[in-house]
Design a protein around this ligand. Structure first.
Ligand code: 5GP
Length: 145
């Protein structure tokens, strides 16, 4: 997918937003959904997306929606770090197929990191157990501001 192609309303995250495929939600409001990555690169890997923008990537989102998403990324990272006590965390965001993006609805990755645990590669992590994701999501949600 190029950086400037049309938004596909049938991408996986659009289907998750419409409730057509399941996801393990951490939190949501009118503008934002934060949910567990089903192929986590690290325990507690959360994705944060806009409900109101159909930007494919960082180039297409308007400033107001971007402000809401970045505030949501910070809120999520605070909860993840409180809940799981990692040594650090990575915020990742990929743009265009050549940039490593595989789902073309703009999203930010919140990935907790531990000094003694290598992070799995992007696109190379196995599918997680859904019950384990639900447990993590509940723990993170309980630590939200
Ligand atoms: P990207 O490669 O576009 O930056 O990130 C897409 C992310 O979506 C990947 O980390 C991948 O593991 C995750 N992902 C792909 N399919 C699904 C799915 O059906 N459900 C969830 N929760 N995550 C998905």
């Amino acid at each position: 997918m190029s950086l400037t192609g049309a938004y596909d309303p049938d991408n996986i995250f659009a289907k998750i937003l419409r409730g057509e495929i399941p996801s393990v939600k951490v939190w949501e409001d009118d503008r934002i959904l934060a949910f567990m990555d089903v192929f986590p690169q690290s325990e507690g890997h959360v994705l944060v997306i806009s409900k109101t923008s159909t930007a494919q990537n960082l180039l297409g989102i308007d400033a107001d929606d971007l402000a809401a998403v970045t505030a949501a990324v910070q809120r999520t990272a605070r909860a993840v770090t409180r809940a799981l006590s990692p040594d650090g965390f990575s915020i990742m965001q990929f743009n265009g197929e050549a940039g490593g993006q595989t789902v073309f609805h703009l999203h930010f990755h919140v990935i907790p990191r531990w000094a003694d645990r290598p992070m799995k590669g992007h696109g190379h992590a196995p599918m997680a157990d859904v019950e384990a994701l639900k447990t993590l999501a509940a723990k993170i949600a309980a630590a939200l501001d």
